[in-house]
Design a protein around this ligand. Structure first.
Ligand SMILES: NC(=O)c1ccc[n+]([C@@H]2O[C@H](COP(=O)([O-])OP(=O)(O)OC[C@H]3O[C@@H](n4cnc5c(N)ncnc54)[C@H](OP(=O)(O)O)[C@@H]3O)[C@@H](O)[C@H]2O)c1
Length: 348
């Protein structure tokens, strides 16, 4: 870029996941003295935070470089699930206004900030900057990862059973719809029978294999490959739930998988999913928990749109469109974003 600093184009909003550790990244002293319960409580009154400037995202196709800012909505995941949505929306709008004041042209609502209520719609109505949740690219990583995993296990997708935990959710439903044309047997698992039946109907109508639905997590025991995408705040998948040699691709943040699974089930592979390698020499200026050069797919979607100069509310609301999953996957690939090698992310 001949020493020229690119203008700010995008912003990514994250939030604390592990209250003590995450608060320590910004306020080491406070993290030492505050108990977790007080961190949850205080998060309600804390203003949105500027964390860092993101530099060095460079397209492998065009050489164009974009810069962004990393902002934090102070609510923990637990707070976002338990507070009334309008309280969470207000804090997200405040965070969005901070992004606007800084000059961002696109706002990425990441992880739980996009799961709350209507998936960004209300927040976006109160802002001038377009809003994306990054979920379309998250779904694309799931589809690609399952293909890679099936190949590595010498399995053909049309002969395997794939379970989708959190199938009534935004990411879970879209994953099932994208997988249905190629997978032999899909097991959909959710909490609400009625909504689950609706999703099962949609998935059956685009698929060629069998589709079953269950409200019991034990149903994942049938699956060779498990996609996990719930918004639960504690781990759901336990060692006894899994088939021998099952692979779990877990995109949930925080994780849906109990740490006991890796300890007690050496035959099972657990992958922290939805992670991508970013093209260029990206410097996030802040440690948000991933190894250098890697981003969550939802962050990556915001960057891809900035590289394309498509400042639009791309993935907004709870319904993800399958066409957009394919389109954003193609654009990400064009600019050099790659699914992180699965062996590298196994233990993140
Ligand atoms: N890796 C990434 O780049 C990335 C990007 C975006 C999001 N995420 C993460 O992905 C996850 C899903 O996001 P989303 O936007 O799809 O959320 P969502 O639309 O809120 O869906 C979550 C779904 O999980 C279901 N659920 C909750 N507890 C469950 C349980 N015990 N058993 C079965 N289903 C359960 C919920 O059911 P009800 O509707 O009945 O409550 C809901 O349908 C979140 O953890 C989010 O943080 C990751």
């Amino acid at each position: 870029m001949d020493g020229e600093t690119p203008a700010l184009s995008f912003s990514c909003v994250i939030h604390p996941l592990r209250p003590k550790e995450d608060v320590a990244r910004k306020y080491p002293f406070l993290a030492r003295v505050l108990p977790v319960s007080l961190i949850h409580f205080c998060s309600r009154f804390w203003p949105p935070l500027y964390l860092s400037r993101i530099r060095g995202v460079r397209s492998a196709a065009t050489g164009k470089e974009v810069e962004g800012v990393l902002l934090a909505c102070p609510f923990t995941a637990r707070r976002m699930l338990t507070l009334p949505p309008r309280t969470v929306y207000a804090k997200l709008v405040q965070t969005g206004r901070l992004a606007e004041r800084l000059g961002a042209r696109l706002l990425g609502l990441l992880a739980f900030t996009s799961s709350v209520g209507d998936g960004g719609v209300t927040v976006s109505r109160q802002l001038d900057v377009p809003v994306t949740t990054g979920r379309s690219l998250t779904v694309a990583t799931v589809i690609e990862a399952l293909e890679v995993l099936a190949q590595a296990r010498r399995l053909s997708l049309d002969s395997v059973t794939v379970a989708v935990l959190g199938a009534t959710g935004s990411i879970g439903r879209a994953c099932a719809l994208c997988l249905a044309p190629s997978v032999g047997h899909i097991v959909l698992i959710g909490l609400r029978e009625g909504r689950l039946a609706q999703v099962a109907h949609e998935v059956s109508s685009v698929g060629k294999g069998q589709v079953h639905a269950s409200t019991q997590i034990e149903a994942i025991r049938e699956a060779d490959l498990v996609v996990s995408a719930t918004n639960a705040i504690g781990p759901l998948i336990q060692p006894g739930h899994l088939k021998e040699r099952a692979v779990i691709y877990d995109v949930a943040i925080p994780s849906d998988v109990s740490p006991q699974v890796s300890r007690e089930r050496k035959d099972v592979m657990v992958i922290a999913g939805g992670v991508m390698d970013v093209p260029g020499e990206v410097d996030f200026g802040f440690d948000f928990g991933l190894p250098p050069g890697k981003a969550y797919a939802c962050m990556a979607e915001t960057m891809v749109l900035a590289l394309e100069e498509r400042y639009e509310s791309y993935s907004l609301g709870k319904q993800i469109q399958v066409e957009k999953v394919h389109e954003i996957a193609r654009l990400a690939h064009k600019h050099g974003f790659r699914l992180t090698e699965l062996s590298a992310i196994r233990s993140i």
